[in-house]
Write a protein that binds this ligand. Structure first.
Ligand code: NCD
Length: 312
């Protein structure tokens, strides 16, 4: 297995398949993992979060604890970072204490790659700037496969703020690797520069795409990254590209609605659309724990999950 997960491209289709299959074994008794496995006893995982996070940080923490690893949550506020300590110094300090994996979220694209050059621990990218969020892509792939069984020929429409989205980047590369077709939907101002090189279709017409899509994946408007300035008004955005229950009727019966969270309800998705039976947004969160367990297990533990006897 890989030593670091900095980009979804660090995995090949077999590697992705292995993570998804291992995650499924952890969910053998149900979507919420109640058991604790002894697999990573004696290992230490540090969550190094320089940016806000609810579900990703909690999910990594739960995943590591379910595998019996020791978990240290390092958040910037209250740390020496506030006194001006650099990422390199912080990393070396943490490393000197003896850790096996560092899960990092940072507002700068490429910060996890720099970190990986400075430490001997495994580095896992939990979201870096507008670059990548590979574990989000893995849990999204897992959720899609849960419903469709495979990816080949599936049509996934990713809607909204693609330009500022690390989730979109990791998902596009991951979905393509697994054989799905991706269409990016949104105003041209929210498409990334040089999107021609991505190998995807692009369109501004959501209503033309929905009837053909197997999955519609709404992205959060990244207001903290300046998205507000790229659309006339959020109300206008929501009228033209938002998903509400009425627009969702254009979807095929078996099509899924996904969103990585946190949602701006009433902007990219309305509350009634998020709560439709075809919405798998809470499944994504539940699956995140299993997928992160699989990843930690494969990166730090090694052997086949099925060999392990649960502790309780
Ligand atoms: C995403 C993130 O932080 O990149 N959230 C998440 O990890 N579930 C998406 C977002 O913030 O829009």
């Amino acid at each position: 297995m890989i030593r670091h997960l900095l980009s979804i491209k660090d995995l090949d289709p077999e590697g992705i398949e292995r993570v998804l299959a291992t995650a499924a074994t952890f969910q053998a008794d149900g979507p919420r993992i109640m058991r604790k496995y002894p697999t990573l006893r004696g290992k230490t995982v540090v969550n190094l979060f320089y940016e806000a996070s609810t579900r990703t940080r909690t999910s990594f923490e739960l995943a590591a604890k379910r595998l019996s690893a020791d978990v240290v949550n390092f958040s910037v506020s209250g740390s020496a970072v506030e006194k001006g300590e650099s990422l390199k110094d912080t990393a070396q300090t943490i490393e000197a204490m003896g850790v096996d994996a560092i899960v990092i979220r940072h507002s700068s694209s490429g910060a996890p790659n720099r970190l990986a050059g400075w430490v001997s621990a495994s580095v896992i990218n939990a979201g870096d700037g507008m670059h990548e969020h590979p574990t989000q892509a893995l849990l999204d792939l897992y959720t899609i496969r849960q419903h469709f069984g495979s990816f080949s020929g599936l049509r996934v429409a990713i809607v909204g703020d693609i330009a500022h989205s690390r989730v979109a980047r990791s998902n596009v590369w991951g979905l393509q690797m697994m054989g799905a077709d991706v269409t990016l939907v949104g105003p041209p101002t929210l498409l990334p520069p040089r999107v021609e090189g991505w190998g995807v279709e692009t369109t501004a017409d959501i209503e033309a795409v929905l009837p053909k899509a197997d999955v519609v994946y709404l992205l959060r408007m990244q207001l903290e990254r300046g998205t507000g300035a790229t659309v006339p008004t959020l109300r206008e955005y929501s009228r033209l590209w938002g998903l509400d229950a009425a627009r969702a009727t254009l979807l095929k019966d078996e099509a899924l609605i996904m969103h990585p969270g946190p949602m701006n309800r009433g902007v990219e998705i309305t509350a009634d659309a998020a709560e439709l039976p075809r919405s798998v947004i809470t499944d994504q969160v539940a699956n995140g724990v299993a997928v992160r367990m699989a990843l930690l297990y494969l990166m730090l533990g090694g052997r086949d999950a099925r060999e392990e006897v649960p502790v309780e």
